[in-house]
Design a protein around this ligand. Structure first.
Ligand code: ADP
Ligand code: MG
Length: 338
């Protein structure tokens, strides 16, 4: 009996196209002796093709759903909630980890309580920026200095992110970020190399060897990520074995802190001078094209792309089985509510 796998891709976010490319790679690599595969494309307006309604999707009774979606409405816990309601196993992180990782500010709060190293940060709301910019500016100058990075808390692909080199450029950067989110994060700028690590597993997560991104521009902005095709990827990262171990250890700690399951890619900033590692962010549905960092890191660590997909599907089913053991109701034996 083949397992019935649904690949959900496309989606309403700005990363619609990237998701299509990732899904194509996943579908090509899935072992057809083991799986029957149904592609489900979410259009930019939110239609689930080829289904007319979501009910139809769940009547098909898939064994596992694999969301290959990036950004809001795909990677942020919303679709994971839908899968939970339908009681269908799905690949990757659950609702909490997905939404916590999508919110850069909440991620930082959680990392802070776990004592994980990260750049200094401040959080402001859109109202703070619009009503009392002078206080915001004073705080940024006093606590973070320049350069600093201004980001909307909930987004990806570097959209709305600015590197701010002087106080004179701060307000426009904050207003730009405020277009995308009510919650805005400002971080101390680290002169850093960008190191990434792939993590795989549920209770006992494993870390891959570290890789490195060398952006084609001043930082890894939208153009360096998708447009100019000139950023470079190094696997393994050119760092010492000891640093690599530190990356792996921190990656697993960060993964655990956010209660991730299935998979995630943990991204680091490594200070060029001191070598100090800072955790930058966690991506719960990393790029999945055949040349993407996540599958490439596993390949270099001894797990081929098709085997990686097998493992993710197994992990999804395991987590689902584990969850079925939870009791959700309590019989008190009294009729207090009547
Ligand atoms: N504190 C920082 N110091 C130095 N560079 C940073 C910092 N924060 C972000 N960057 C740069 O901006 C890029 C995008 O920021 P990131 O937080 O990873 O957002 P996204 O979720 O859009 O990828 C990073 O890959 C890095 O190049
Ligand atoms: Mg990033």
């Amino acid at each position: 009996m083949k397992l019935k796998i649904a690949i959900v891709f496309g989606g309403r976010s700005g990363e619609h196209e990237v998701s299509i490319v990732s899904a194509r790679s996943v579908m090509k690599a899935l072992n057809r002796k083991k799986y029957s595969v149904t592609p489900i494309k979410i259009s930019k307006t939110g239609q689930w093709q080829p289904f007319k309604s979501l009910a139809a999707l769940f009547q098909k009774k898939f064994d596992v759903v694999f969301p290959v979606l990036h950004g809001p409405f795909g990677e942020d816990g919303t679709i994971q909630g839908l899968f939970e309601m339908a009681n269908v196993p799905y690949v990757g992180c659950g609702v909490f980890a997905s939404s916590a990782a999508m919110d850069k500010y909440m991620t930082k709060i959680i990392f802070k309580t776990h004592g994980l190293p990260q750049p200094k940060f401040l959080n402001f709301t859109r109202e703070d920026v619009k009503k009392d910019f002078s206080s915001v500016k004073k705080l940024v100058q006093k606590i973070l200095g320049f350069p600093c990075f201004v980001k909307p808390s909930n987004l990806g692909s570097s959209v709305g992110i600015s590197k701010v080199k002087s106080a004179a450029k701060l307000e426009s950067a904050l207003l730009l970020a405020a277009n995308y989110d009510r919650s805005i994060l400002v971080e101390e700028g680290i002169d850093a190399r960008e190191i990434e690590c792939a993590v795989l597993g549920n209770e006992k997560p494993l870390a891959s060897i570290a890789g490195e991104i060398v952006p084609s521009r001043e930082f890894y902005d939208y153009f360096a990520k998708y447009v100019d095709n000139a950023s470079k990827l190094f696997i393994p990262a050119k760092i010492t074995a000891k640093k690599n171990e530190e990356v792996q250890r921190l990656a697993v700690q960060a993964y655990r802190a956010l209660q991730c399951s299935g998979m995630a890619r943990v991204d680091f900033l490594m200070d060029r001078k001191t070598g100090k590692l800072y955790i930058n962010e966690i991506n719960t549905i990393p790029g999945f094209t055949s040349i993407s960092m996540y599958p490439k890191l596993w390949e270099a660590s001894g797990i081929s792309y098709p085997r990686l997909l097998d493992r993710l599907i197994e992990l999804a089913r395991k987590r689902h089985r584990e969850k079925q053991k939870n009791k959700y109701s309590f019989e008190s034996g009294s009729n207090w509510y009547k």
